[in-house]
Design a protein around this ligand. Structure first.
Ligand code: BTN
Length: 325
């Protein structure tokens, strides 16, 4: 990360001015820094992946990615806690790890968001491909006053919050238990929730969300290309990541507050999840370890476990595992 926060102010100026060229002199005057310092920051931004169009004697304008979510200010989130402290990063290993390292020194609702992850992590030790400029990669830090056993339900809640946010942009998604966000048969997003305990109590929870927004198939690892997609590849839409992050953070806080008020009961979330459930009432393979079994998904239990029927008619509850596709 570039140490000075001036890089962020410069980036914000470019995002705000959209198609207008800005000169080094203008920027320097606004931010009270020298012209050479402005150019140094622009060069640094270019090295990280931002592309600028330059015009002799006129200045620069930001060419890509103009919809960068890392310039969204805390005040732009229509929330009380979520996103009220933002850690914007151009590049980092993993936003979950950023929050984990800061641990005790950050407040409930802190949001870490980046343009690129070099060690993005998924569930079960998988890698989460996070190229520059093409997705939303962010994590929220929570200090829940809830019993430990309800925490896995937050993944279900987060899936619903993301899905309902996407619907506001005309994008319909399905939720594949427990943490995948799908369009058709392609995974376009995932949730990685991690918890730290202090004795028997929750110290903190980190909700990490990755969404492929503008990615192309070539951006995914070759052995995952037939299963992964993005909002762009599956719908043809170019959604603004700035607007999308604001909507998700709003919806996430709203659903989280209801959940806390309900003492960790899913309530309405359960129905909202089932309505969007990938593979519901269909035969799908479920794995809970090494073996896989063909089952019919019946729905979700109040505690967030998956209810299935095996082909010989037995009803099973799946606590940990995965729906294959
Ligand atoms: C999965 O589908 O297995 C979960 C993917 C979660 C990816 C997000 S991106 C932001 C946050 N940082 C990480 O390293 N992982 C999560």
């Amino acid at each position: 990360m570039i140490k000075s926060e001036k890089w962020l102010e410069i980036l914000k100026l470019f995002v705000e001015s959209k198609d207008i060229y800005l000169s080094g002199q203008e920027i320097g005057k606004k931010l009270n820094i020298s012209r050479s310092s402005v150019w140094k920051h622009i060069k640094s931004l270019q090295e990280k992946g931002f592309v600028f169009d330059g015009k002799t004697n006129t200045g620069y304008k930001l060419h890509f990615p103009i919809d960068t979510p890392i310039t969204v200010d805390a005040e732009e989130f229509n929330t009380t806690c979520f996103g009220k402290n933002v850690i914007p990063l151009i590049e980092t290993e993993s936003t979950n790890d950023v929050l984990k390292k800061l641990g005790k020194n950050i407040i409930h609702g802190t949001l870490a968001i980046t343009e690129k992850q070099t060690k993005g992590r998924g569930r079960r030790g998988r890698q989460w491909s996070s190229p520059f400029g093409s997705g939303l990669y962010f994590s929220i830090f929570l200090k829940p006053d809830l019993p430990v056993y309800v925490i896995p339900r937050l993944t279900i809640l987060t899936g619903v919050a993301v899905s309902e946010s996407l619907e506001k942009f005309g994008v319909k998604t399905k939720l594949k238990w427990p943490n995948d966000i799908m369009i058709g048969d392609k995974k376009i997003g995932g949730i990685l929730s991690e918890m730290a305990l202090e004795g028997n109590e929750i110290d903190y929870v980190i909700l990490g969300i990755g969404l492929n927004v503008h990615s192309e198939y070539r951006d995914f690892p070759p052995d995952f290309r037939d299963k992964a997609g993005s909002i762009k590849t599956e719908t043809g839409k170019n959604i603004s990541r700035q607007f999308l992050i604001k909507e998700i953070i709003y919806s996430l806080e709203k659903r989280y507050l209801e959940f806390c008020k309900n003492n960790g009961l899913l309530g309405e979330i359960r129905t909202l999840w089932e309505r969007r459930a990938y593979g519901i009432n269909k035969k799908v393979f479920i794995t809970t370890g090494k073996d896989k079994e063909l089952c019919i998904i019946l729905g979700l239990k109040e505690d967030g476990t998956l209810l299935v029927k095996t082909l010989d008619g037995a009803i099973k509850e799946i606590f940990a595992g995965e729906v294959l596709f």
